[in-house]
Ligand binder design. Structure first.
Ligand code: CUA
Length: 328
C-alpha cells in the first residue's frame, strides 16, 4: 500500500519523470496494472464488509442482550465466512497473477529490436545488437526505442545483482552475474519513461536510474544512425584542447569515445554523451554546470561512485567541458 501511495501521489523523484505502474504504456504493463486494480478493489470490498460487520456487531451488542447462535449457524458461519470466501478470493487473485506471469514470459514476435543491457554499480550500459548479436551501437542510461515495435532486451550484470524496472512498461527482471535474463515489451505511444534499479546493489542503488525514450520510427532512425557513427573529430569543432585534457587526465582509461583512441570499458561509453538528457544515471540533467560539477567531484554527487575526483584547473575543466559538450 505504501508503494502504491508513493507512486499514486507521484512524490518527487531525483529526476522529474513519472514512475507509475498504474499509468501503463504497454500491453504487459496494462496486464500488471489490471492485476493491481483487481487486488485493490477486492481489498476494498473485504475491508468495507469487515467494517460493516464490526459496526453491526457493536450496535447489536449495545442494543440487545448477547444472543447465542445455534451450533449449526455458527459452524456454517465459520465454514462460509472464515474458510470458503477467503479461499475463493485468494485462489482467484493467485490464479490471475499466475496467468498474467505466464503471458508476460511469452517470447516476442520475430521482428523484435534486440538490446543488451548490462547493470554496473551504478549505471546501465545499453548495446544495440544486429541479427548476429554483434554490438552496433553503445550508449548508457538512456534507451531509445521505436514505438509499435517489439523490443527484446537481454539483461546481464557486470558485478552484483541489479533489477531492471520501468513501471510504465513492464514488471521487474533481475540482472544476475553469469546469466542472461530476457524480457520484452512494445510501447504504443511516444514518451519518456523513468526506470530504476529495483534490487539493492550498494551505496548508490537509489540513484541507479535510467530513461526509456519511445519515439516514432523516423525519429528513432535519425537517433540510431547518429549513435552508430563515431564521434565527430575534435578539430572540426575547435575542441582539440579539451580532447587533450581528456587524455592527459586519464579519462580514456575508463571511457570509450569511438573515433578516438579512448577505449576504456570501466565507465559509460561517451561517444555521444551530449545527446543524452541526463548524466550520472539520471541523477542530474545533462547541462554544462552539472557536467562540470560531476567531473570535478563525482563522489560529491554520488558517494561511492567509482569515477575519481579530477585535479583540473579552471581552464582545463572548461576546455574539457567544451569537448564533452561537442559529443553530440
Ligand atoms: Cu543496481 Cu540497485
Amino acid at each position: 500500500t505504501f508503494v502504491a501511495v508513493v507512486f499514486t501521489l507521484k512524490l518527487p523523484l531525483s529526476y522529474a519523470q513519472s514512475q507509475s505502474a498504474i499509468q501503463p504504456a504497454t500491453e504487459q504493463a496494462r496486464g500488471i496494472s489490471y492485476i493491481w486494480w483487481s487486488m485493490f478493489w477486492v481489498a476494498v470490498v473485504v475491508f468495507v464488509a469487515v467494517m460493516l460487520l464490526l459496526a453491526w456487531g457493536l450496535w447489536r451488542g449495545k442494543s440487545k442482550k448477547p444472543t447465542q447462535l445455534s451450533y449449526l449457524a455458527s459452524r456454517n458461519l465459520v465454514i462460509v465466512a472464515g474458510i470458503a470466501v477467503p479461499l475463493v478470493t485468494v485462489i482467484c487473485l493467485v490464479g490471475g497473477s499466475l496467468m498474467l506471469g505466464r503471458s508476460l514470459s511469452a517470447s516476442p514476435p520475430d521482428n523484435a529490436l534486440e538490446v543488451r543491457i548490462t547493470g554496473w554499480m551504478w549505471w546501465w550500459q545499453i548495446e544495440y545488437l544486429d541479427e548476429n548479436s554483434n554490438t552496433i551501437a553503445t550508449t548508457a542510461n538512456e534507451l531509445h526505442v521505436p514505438i509499435n515495435r517489439p523490443i527484446q532486451i537481454y539483461l546481464e550484470s557486470g558485478d552484483v545483482i541489479h533489477s531492471f524496472w520501468v513501471p510504465q512498461l513492464h514488471g521487474k527482471t533481475d540482472l544476475i552475474p553469469g546469466r542472461t535474463n530476457s524480457s520484452w515489451f512494445e510501447v504504443d505511444a511516444s514518451g519518456t519513461f523513468r526506470g530504476q534499479c529495483a534490487e539493492f546493489c550498494g551505496l548508490q542503488h537509489a540513484l541507479m536510474g535510467f530513461l526509456v525514450v519511445s519515439e516514432p520510427q523516423a525519429e528513432f532512425d535519425v537517433w540510431f544512425a547518429n549513435q552508430q557513427a563515431p564521434a565527430q573529430p575534435a578539430e572540426n569543432n575547435g575542441v582539440l584542447a579539451g580532447q587533450r585534457v581528456f587524455f592527459e587526465a586519464g579519462c580514456h582509461q575508463c571511457h570509450t569515445i569511438r573515433g578516438t583512441d579512448a577505449a576504456g570499458t570501466a565507465g559509460p561509453d561517451l561517444t555521444h554523451l551530449a545527446s543524452r538528457q541526463s548524466i550520472a544515471s539520471v541523477t542530474r540533467r545533462n547541462s554544462r554546470a552539472h557536467l562540470g560539477g560531476w567531473v570535478a567531484d563525482p563522489n560529491g554527487i554520488k558517494p561511492g561512485a567509482k569515477m575519481p575526483m579530477s585535479q583540473l584547473d579552471a581552464k582545463e575543466l572548461s576546455d574539457l567541458l567544451d569537448y564533452l559538450q561537442s559529443l553530440h
